[in-house]
Design a protein. Sequence first.
Length: 317
Amino acid sequence: MTPTPGAALNLTGRQWRRLAWSVNRLRKQGHEIGEARKRLATYRAEWAIERRLARLAAGTGPIVVGPWLSEVGYEVLYWVPFVRWVQAQYSIHPSRFVVVTRGGAAAWYGDMGQRPVELFDLMTPAEFAARNTQRMAENRGTLKQFDISTMDRALLAQVHERLDLRESEWLHPSLLYGLFHQFWLGHRPPSFLERRTRYRRLTVPVMDLPPLPASYVAVKFYGAQSLPPTEPVRRMVQSIVRRLAERTDVVLLDTGLAFDDHEDFVVGAANRVHVVRDALVPRTNLAVQTAIIAGATAYVGTCGALAWLAPMLGVHT
């Protein structure tokens, strides 16, 4: 029996639909294979970092930790707990750690290291700002330390010279950024972070502080993507501070120091509004701010940076 033209057309249509289904299926399988390869490459990169951590921990010599040149918020929220995990995970004695940071932030590391190095003992604040700006230009236009920069290497050499170290292992922040990158992109669950960090309440540095009220709220607002330095935002910040001062004393933590791309909002002193800028000198400004926040009844400010520090001092944010 000879098929009719209509039957031939129907047969051809079925064949095309099957062909289209097969092509789509192959495309989907190709995409799945591509994604699997990406995941495997990511896993391999993370495994390589953890093997590097094991190797640097295996010796007995000094381990330079840092230098931390990125945002304060990431240091508090990720770097310090990560370093604490590395020390505990690989049973590294504190005498091996040489913590390199700035502004007195070594206090955040507690007893993790016995030989801290303050960056502002190695360079002036102006030199730090200029070299960090140059580092950003070399590093994808970001402060984050995804790679080891020329500035990092120069500082490592200065630390060696200052402490008379012939050689050392190097726990550099790029290891943190490489290990947690997929977590920050949302491709890892919270448990991934929890297994590679150790959070605990921070020790308050003991130091001289400016005269402070008996009870106060610590306040620090700075420009950020979430709080752009526009005139309406500046007026809002002024209003928040005034309204807080109606209820309690307010201690402002704006420093007037320019170390990154976040500029402090400046609010002048007023009734029950206290400015401590003169006490916030470069070498100890983060330690002083830490001690002031620790004594506050609450902390109010831009999301980020010291907003992550306050809860680790037991202060409501």
